[in-house]
Design a protein around this ligand. Structure first.
Ligand code: NAD
Ligand code: AHE
Ligand code: ZN
Length: 375
């Protein structure tokens, strides 16, 4: 079949809207009509050329929601008409990682996924002249139709709005999951969140759900503070307006006889390795846990004095908020439909596929939280 897609032809270039060929689902695969997709900073990271795994030409996009149109041979858990959210972190429930119960990082198809290919080592997308187009994060939701492995689709209730639940495909689950699954934040905790964008706001939302007392938001853009306050931020620090961000946070959290200060939990949602260091170093001596969510450019490395870890701080990272997609994503959709989590106000812009590059402009200008393309 043919479908319409925004294609990343070359690193650093705007996406181009075009008709592409899409082959039908092979064994274990499913054809999806994508109804809506969010624009995550990770898409921009890859589009820009900063992703060491970036491949071109490719169809980016990994934050989608849609409907099953056709299933390939052997698919048993999905049928045409089912509503689904694509998972860049699949859940096969059979690989050593899934069976370990210790991680959400299913390894069943990670190798081919990283090479922009389906599990059989081929692509389903191609240009009209036959040139293969790579898949992206196993999802490629910047296309009106896509083919995905069965194990990388979460079946969700069919009365949930696509233009909102697509955000559960990455940002919402990553932010809330980082708090609940990765950090394990307790009631009464203090926390700092670096980067108040589409991920950071969901970290704040997760912290409020977990019962954190003090939630310090950190962003270079003052305009991000208003929305963050609505989601539960109690204090705001703009690093460009203070002498020392770490000291500022330590001072805000000084308590008890020793007056040491430092947050119980910190989160990087910027992808900047200097910020990651600040996030670690503003956490409390002896027990502070700092979680890296942000994705850093090729070649970037984190550093700190080992003494920071010797004195009890813990550096962790999280992918997709530690969520097991097929199990947890339907629950996130339930929470949204029950009003337990807020999504609508974070979707600041709705775009047509033809306007997708404007969505990236809005992201760069700091004007959007989530722009969503509706097909
Ligand atoms: P975004 O562009 O919506 O938000 C980033 C925010 O960080 C912006 O508000 C920006 O002003 C702020 N910022 C940038 N540099 C800063 C600095 N030096 N100090 C303080 N604030 C700064 O991006 P997003 O969609 O929220 O994504 C955030 C990061 O998380 C990206 O690196 C993205 O790739 C990554 N991400 C990771 C996962 C994961 O599973 N680990 C999932 C989704 C996104
Ligand atoms: N390809 C990059 C790493 C990108 C990355 O870390 N991706 C996150 C999801 S970001 C979603 O917005 C992830 O899930 N990573 C685990 C994995 O297996 O990809 C690089 O640096 O090579
Ligand atoms: Zn994402």
């Amino acid at each position: 079949m043919r479908t319409r897609a925004a294609v990343a032809l070359e690193a650093g270039k705007p996406l181009e809207i075009m008709e592409v060929n899409l082959e039908g689902p092979k064994a274990g695969e499913v054809l999806i009509e994508v109804k809506a997709t969010g624009l995550c900073h990770t898409d921009e990271f890859t589009r820009s050329g900063a992703d060491p795994e970036g491949l071109f030409p490719s169809i980016l996009g990994h934050e989608g929601a849609g409907v099953v149109l056709e299933v390939g041979e052997g698919v048993t858990t999905l049928k045409p008409g089912d509503h689904v959210i694509p998972l860049y972190t699949p859940e096969c429930r059979e690989c050593p990682s899934c069976l370990s119960g210790k991680t959400n990082l299913c390894t069943a198809i990670r190798n081919t996924q990283g090479q922009g290919l389906m599990p059989d080592g081929t692509t389903r997308f191609s240009m009209l002249d036959g040139t293969p187009i790579y898949h992206y994060m196993g999802c490629s939701t910047f296309a009106n139709h896509t083919v995905m492995p069965e194990i990388a689709l979460a079946k969700v209730r069919d009365d949930a709005p696509f233009d909102k639940i697509c955000y559960i495909g990455c940002g919402v689950t990553t932010g809330i999951g980082a708090v609940i699954n990765t950090a394990g934040v307790e009631i009464g905790s203090t926390a700092a969140v670096f980067g108040l964008g589409g991920i950071g706001l969901n970290v704040i939302q997760g912290l409020r759900m977990a019962g954190a007392d003090m939630i310090i938001g950190v962003d270079l853009n003052d305009d991000k503070a208003e929305m963050a306050k609505k989601f539960g931020m109690t204090h705001f620090v703009n690093p460009s307006k203070v002498e020392n961000t770490v000291q500022e946070i330590v001072n805000l959290t000084k308590r008890g006889a020793d007056q040491i200060g430092g947050v119980d939990y910190s989160f990087d949602a910027t992808g900047n390795v200097k910020v990651m260091r600040d996030a670690l170093e503003c956490s409390h001596r002896g027990w502070g846990v700092s979680v890296i969510i942000g994705v850093a450019p090729a070649g970037a490395e984190i550093s700190t004095r080992p003494f920071q870890l010797v004195t009890g701080r813990v550096w962790k990272g999280t992918a997709f908020g530690g969520a097991k997609g097929r199990t947890d994503v339907p629950k996130f959709v339930e929470w949204y439909m029950d009003g337990k989590i807020e999504i609508d106000s974070m979707i600041t812009h709705k775009l047509k596929l033809e306007e997708i590059n404007h969505g990236f402009d809005l992201m760069h200008e700091g004007k959007s939280i989530r722009a969503v393309v509706e097909f």
